[in-house]
Ligand binder design. Structure first.
Ligand code: NAG
Ligand code: NAG
Length: 504
């Protein structure tokens, strides 16, 4: 689900592709002019993308932001680069990583890592999980980045800190979880850059429609299912007016940044310290990649399940939610099979995004996902088996799957040429999230069932989906940061550039 403003942008992008052709003619005309006319045209390109500003792509879509002066307030829509000891130490760690001189020698196995995600007892388990992965299987710089995020958000002393408190996004009950986490990531970026700690407002929190009121201290915030964003809290988390998106509060000098204006101007704000770090790995890293990388790191931090959610996930994974399987034997006879825990290795994850998504993107038919997976499995008989975990909000897809032993008549494959399908018996409605949350009772419980689908997807080894969907981007983000599955294949069934140019 994207933000309403985004739908405009999507529409814009389609229009833009037409504009690109028109531009082609204009350029041709300009070229003719250039070679045939006595006047010179000078085209300038920025060779160095500006780290703090909009990263050279989609510049034309920038809405003009009123400068602070023009509205008569002394607030800025820029943030000065300002590295403190944690940033220095982060960059120092990066240079050690790059020289190849660190790295744990004992890695946690795949199965043990997956079990830990379902067995979190304390916040520190998450750093432990990340630290115990083989660096080679993670997204670049994950360990140092997660340590840094923990350090920034969890200081030893809360008494002299500045806080950035984030209120509910207007109308965010129309958003999916992926879109909300992505938006929180933008605020986390601002908090990091201003040496503030990000906290949720408690009267109304971002994404509160995913949470039932339990009357606890977490209110209806993500702190109810994820590890608290910070181990500090502030009395100012209560009492924020509903028309205020975020406030700075606490000790330290006043921050004169208008966060919303800054975010409107920098539509994918990535803290400059990360750009500096990633450039030591790949000096020509693109702005789109930086954005995707940062949002994945931020999601990995924001979405750490707390012990309660992790316990519920485990209970549901191993019995409370019926985990089903169907296998066709070599004679084409179907029979029910149990789903193992964890998912057996070489399993394909297929996430079919239907629901309300048709308003934003081309919905890909289920058959396309299966054909793509079949081709890959046939091409990689040594590392894969014909078994897949299917997640989707569309109950029709589940029904279709139950009658579909295979599509392509490949007889070659490492296993029986017919599929073994796995899926969870959870309530499904082919609609957007809010309709389902309203329909199915306890919101927190349903959200945890969805998170179970996400976690089961990252138990798999091959990923089929489309990055045009925020949920698929979450699968991609978490398999690359929590588990060492980042170099495993992702098979895109949408447009291959679906991961770029998305988001507010
Ligand atoms: C917050 O957590 C960090 C890291 O776990 C710990 O070192 C620190 O003492 C904690 N701070 C407070 C105020 O509890
Ligand atoms: C909803 O589910 C959560 C998580 O399992 C639980 O803590 C809460 O008490 C439930 N709320 C209601 C009203 O049943």
């Amino acid at each position: 689900m994207l933000f309403p403003k985004d739908q405009e942008r999507m529409a814009f992008r389609y229009r833009r592709s037409r504009v690109v052709y028109q531009c082609g003619y204009v350029l041709l005309a300009l070229a003719l002019w250039h070679f045939c006319s006595p006047y010179q045209i000078v085209l300038q390109s920025r060779s160095q993308p500006d780290p703090t500003s909009d990263t050279s792509i989609d510049i034309a879509t920038d809405s003009p932001v009123q400068s602070a002066d023009s509205i008569g307030e002394k607030v800025k829509d820029t943030i000065d680069k300002n590295y403190g000891p944690l940033e220095q130490s982060y960059l120092a760690q990066i240079s050690t990583v790059n020289s190849g001189s660190v790295g744990a020698n004992i890695y946690r196995s795949r199965d043990e890592s997956i079990k830990l995600v379902y067995g979190i007892t304390k916040s520190a388990d998450w750093l432990d999980l990340v630290e115990s992965q083989d660096d080679h299987g993670l997204m670049a710089l994950t360990k140092a980045t997660q340590r840094y995020l923990h350090g920034k958000q969890n200081p030893t002393d809360c008494s002299r800190q500045r806080y950035l408190i984030l209120n509910k996004f207007p109308g965010d009950d129309a958003f999916g979880l992926g879109a909300i986490v992505q938006r929180i990531a933008d605020y986390l970026s601002v908090a990091l850059q201003t040496n503030s700690i990000l906290l949720y407002a408690m009267d109304s929190s971002p994404g509160e429609h995913f949470i039932s009121n339990s009357g606890g201290a977490c209110g209806r915030s993500f702190d109810c299912i994820f590890e608290r964003l910070s181990n500090c809290s502030s009395k100012d988390q209560r009492g924020i007016k509903s028309d205020v998106q975020s406030i700075f509060t606490g000790d330290g000098e006043v921050v004169d940044v208008d966060v919303e204006a800054y975010l409107a101007k920098n539509r994918w704000p990535v803290p400059p310290v990360f750009e500096e770090a990633l450039k030591t790995v790949q000096e020509d890293v693109t702005g789109e990649m930086l954005k995707y990388w940062w949002r994945a790191q931020a999601a990995a931090y924001i979405m750490r399940f707390n012990s309660g959610a992790s316990r519920r996930l485990r209970e549901m994974r191993v019995g409370e939610v019926k985990q089903r399987g169907i296998r066709w034997d070599v004679n084409g006879e179907p029979k029910d099979v149990d789903m193992p825990f964890p998912m057996p290795e070489g399993t394909v994850s297929i996430h079919v995004r239907h629901g309300d998504k048709g308003s934003e993107m081309r919905l890909v038919p289920f058959n396309d996902y299966v054909v793509r997976a079949e081709k890959f499995v046939a091409e990689n008989p040594l590392g894969t088996w014909k078994r897949a975990f299917l997640s989707t909000e569309d109950p029709n897809v589940i029904e279709q799957m139950k009658t579909m032993p295979r599509i392509t008549p490949f007889s070659y494959s490492g296993s029986n040429s017919r599929w073994t399908w796995y899926w969870s018996d959870i309530p499904r409605l082919n609609t957007g999230p809010e309709t389902q949350l309203k329909e199915f009772g306890n919101r927190t419980e349903l959200t945890i069932k969805w998170l179970l689908q996400l976690t089961m997807a990252i138990e798999c080894d091959i990923f089929v989906g489309t990055r045009g969907s925020g949920w698929n981007r979450l699968i991609d983000s978490l398999r690359c940061t929590w588990l060492a599955s980042c170099k495993q294949p992702f098979l895109e069934v949408g447009f291959e550039n679906d991961w770029a140019g998305y988001g507010p």
